[in-house]
Design a protein around this ligand. Structure first.
Ligand SMILES: Nc1ncnc2c1ncn2[C@@H]1O[C@H](COP(=O)(O)OP(=O)(O)OP(=O)(O)O)[C@@H](O)[C@H]1O
Ligand SMILES: [Mg+2]
Length: 299
C-alpha cells in the first residue's frame, strides 16, 4: 500500500540499532565544516556549517531566505535535491560518516535515528488514504509491527500529539483536517519510530500562534521525556528563544554567528544578528526571553 507520497521525509529515519540507551554526552549528529554545492553550475551554496547535537539538545538555525538552512538539513537527512552534493567537511550520525552509507544502508537505517517535519504538511501526505493508516504504515514498516498493533500504536501517536478524538481522526482524509491538525499528524509520523533526532524545518511557520505554541510545547515535551535531540529551523527568533539551547545564524550560505541562545539573542556580536533582533523586537521578542539567560544579568 502506498501511503506517504514519494517526496516524503517524515518517518524516514536512520537507525541507531537496538540495545544500549543513548549516552547523553555522545553526539547523535555532528556537522563539521559542511560545504554543499550545486553541481549543475559548480556554485557552492553552503560554505561551512558546523554543530554538534547530543541527546536532548536543541540547536536552532535562523537566517534569511535562501541562506541554506533547508539544504543543510536535507544534507543531514541524505535527501539533497538532484545535482546538489556535499563537497566538503563531514556529517556524522552516531559516529558514522554518512558519506559512507550506501543507498541500501540508508534505507536499512531509516526509521530509527533521524526524522524530519517540514512546512506544508499536506504535500507529504497521500490525499486518498486516511491519515491514521499513513501513520500506521510507518509504524508497520519501521517498527515491524503487525497491522493490528500498528493501528493501535498509530492511534496512541495521534493522541500523543494532542489530537482530540484520535480514533476519529485516524479514519479521516487529509482534506478533512486543518493545517494544525495535519502538522500534528506529520509529527506523529515523524516520531513513530522513536527517532533520536528530529529536524523541524519551519514546521510551525504556517500555523496560527496558538497552534504554533502547542506544537512547540509538544516538541519540548518530547525532548524532555525521550531525550530526542532537535534541529529547529525557524525565521522566528521567539521560537528559537523558547526552544533552543544554541543557535546558528546563517546568511548567504555562511554561519555568521553561533553560540548559546541566551548569549546570541541578548548580546549578538554580528551586525546581521543585531539586525534580525532589531526586527524581531518590534514583534515582542522580549517576552520570550528569560532574563536568567542574559549574561549581563549575571554580573
Ligand atoms: N531544489 C532546489 N533546486 C535548486 N536550487 C535550490 C533547491 N533548493 C534550494 N535551492 C537553492 O539553494 C539555496 C539555499 O536554499 P535553502 O532552501 O536551503 O534556503 P533556506 O535558508 O531554507 O530559505 P527559506 O528560509 O526560504 O526556507 C538557495 O539559493 C536556493 O535557491
Ligand atoms: Mg528553508
Amino acid at each position: 500500500m502506498a501511503t506517504l507520497s514519494t517526496n516524503r521525509v517524515p518517518g524516514e529515519t536512520l537507525g541507531h540499532g537496538p540495545g544500549a540507551p543513548p549516552d547523553p554526552r555522545s553526539p547523535v549528529l555532528s556537522l563539521r565544516d559542511v560545504r554543499i554545492s550545486d553541481q549543475a553550475d559548480g556554485r557552492e551554496i553552503v560554505h561551512g556549517v558546523s554543530f554538534t547535537l547530543t541527546p536532548g539538545k536543541v540547536v536552532g538555525i535562523v537566517g534569511e531566505s535562501g541562506s541554506g538552512k533547508t539544504i543543510t538539513c536535507r544534507a543531514a537527512l541524505g535527501i539533497l535535491p538532484a545535482h546538489f552534493e556535499v563537497t566538503g567537511g563531514s556529517i556524522e550520525i552516531h559516529g558514522t560518516d554518512i558519506a559512507e552509507l550506501s543507498p541500501a544502508r540508508w534505507t536499512a537505517l531509516h526509521g530509527l535515528t533521524i526524522s524530519a517535519v517540514f512546512q506544508d504538511p499536506a504535500s507529504y501526505l497521500n490525499p486518498s488514504i486516511p491519515v491514521g493508516a499513513q501513520v500506521a504504515e510507518v509504524v508497520r514498516v519501521k517498527k515491524r509491527l503487525g497491522r493490528g498493533a500498528a493501528r493501535r500504536r498509530a492511534v496512541e501517536l495521534l493522541r500523543a500529539v494532542h489530537l482530540r478524538e484520535a480514533d476519529l481522526v485516524y479514519g479521516q482524509y487529509p482534506h478533512e483536517l486543518s493545517g494544525g491538525m495535519l502538522q500534528r499528524v506529520l509529527i506523529a509520523a515523524a516520531i513513530a519510530a522513536d527517532p533520536r533526532i528530529l529536524i523541524a524545518d519551519e514546521a510551525t511557520t504556517a500555523l496560527d500562534v496558538t497552534v504554533q505554541a502547542e506544537i512547540l510545547d509538544l516538541l519540548a515535551d518530547l525532548r524532555e521525556r525521550t531525550g530526542m535531540a532537535l534541529v529547529v529551523v525557524s525565521h522566528d527568533l521567539a521560537v528559537v528563544a523558547q526552544l533552543c539551547d544554541e543557535v546558528l545564524v546563517m546568511r548567504q550560505g555562511e554561519v555568521v554567528e553561533h553560540g548559546p541562545t541566551g548569549r546570541v539573542l541578548h548580546a549578538p556580536r554580528h551586525e546581521y544578528t543585531q539586525l534580525l533582533i532589531a526586527e524581531h523586537e518590534r514583534y515582542g521578542l522580549e517576552k520570550f526571553l528569560d532574563p536568567k539567560l542574559d549574561p549581563k544579568e549575571e554580573a
